[in-house]
Design a protein around this ligand. Structure first.
Ligand code: DX5
Ligand code: ZN
Length: 219
C-alpha cells in the first residue's frame, strides 16, 4: 500500500504558515499532524520586500522542536545573517533570492558547508537566465507564482512556464534540483502545475478547517 501511495502521490507538499485563521502555534501543530513533507517558513526583512514577517526571535521560538523539516524562504537582503540565525533549527533547506545582488556562489557554498540543502528563488518578473550559472550547484529552484510579501494572492499564470523551462534544462544537463512553485497554489490552479516537484501552499490549506483534505486534493 505504501509503495502505491508514494508512486501515485509523487508531488511533495510544503505548507506555508504565513496566512492562517488560527494563531501560528496552533497552525504549526495542525500542519505537523498532516502528511505534508515540509513546513515553509517565510522570512521578510522590510527591505527586500516592503513587509516584515516574524522576527528572528519569533521564528526560533515558534519552529524550535518542529518534527517536520523546514524550508526557510528568505525574502531578505542580508541573507547570511538570517542563515546564521536559523541554522540550528530542523532546516531542510535555505532558499534565498537571486535578485538580492549578494554573492550567490559564496552563499550557496556556505549553506552546503552546514550540511543543509540550498535553493534559489525567482520573483515573477525574473527570467530563468538569471539562475543558469548556479543550476549545477543548487538542490532546489523556487519559482514565485506571486509577488513576494503576502499570502493569499492570485497565481500569475505566466510564471508557470518557468517550471517547464527548468525541467527541460534539468533533463538536458542531468541536474538534480527540485523545482517548486510558491504562491497562489490551490485546487483551481493545480492543473497548471504538473511540471513542479513540489508545491508550496499557504492560505488554501491554513485558512481551511481540514488541512489534510486540502493537501490530499493537491496531490
Ligand atoms: C509569499 C510567500 C508565500 C505565501 C504562499 O511572499 O513567499 O510562501 O505564503 O501563500 P499562498 O499559498 O496563500 O499564496
Ligand atoms: Zn514563501
Amino acid at each position: 500500500m505504501k509503495i502505491i501511495k508514494s508512486w501515485w502521490w509523487s508531488v511533495k507538499i510544503t505548507v506555508s504558515v504565513l496566512k492562517s485563521n488560527l494563531d501560528k502555534r496552533e497552525t504549526i501543530e495542525l500542519v505537523e499532524k498532516t502528511d505534508a513533507e515540509y513546513i515553509h517558513v517565510d522570512v521578510m526583512d522590510g527591505q527586500f520586500v516592503p513587509h516584515f514577517s516574524l522576527s528572528e526571535f519569533e521564528v526560533n521560538n515558534l519552529f524550535k522542536g518542529c518534527k517536520k523539516p523546514l524550508d526557510i524562504h528568505l525574502m531578505v537582503e542580508d541573507i547570511k545573517k538570517y542563515i546564521d540565525a536559523f541554522k540550528d533549527l530542523n532546516v531542510h533547506s535555505f532558499i534565498f533570492h537571486v535578485e538580492t545582488g549578494q554573492n550567490i556562489i559564496k552563499l550557496i557554498e556556505y549553506v552546503k558547508s552546514l550540511n543543509i540543502k540550498v535553493g534559489l528563488a525567482l520573483n515573477p518578473e525574473t527570467m530563468t537566465d538569471s539562475v543558469l550559472p548556479y543550476l549545477n550547484m543548487v538542490d532546489t529552484i523556487l519559482i514565485m507564482g506571486v509577488v513576494p510579501g503576502l499570502g493569499g494572492q492570485k497565481l500569475i499564470p505566466e510564471t508557470v512556464d518557468k517550471g517547464y523551462v527548468l525541467k527541460q534544462l534539468k533533463k538536458k544537463f542531468n541536474y538534480r534540483y527540485d523545482i517548486g512553485i510558491d504562491g497562489g497554489v490551490n485546487l483551481e490552479t493545480r492543473p497548471l502545475l504538473n511540471d513542479f516537484d513540489y508545491l508550496i501552499s499557504g492560505s488554501y490549506i491554513c485558512m481551511s478547517n481540514n488541512y489534510q483534505d486540502k493537501i490530499d486534493s493537491l496531490r
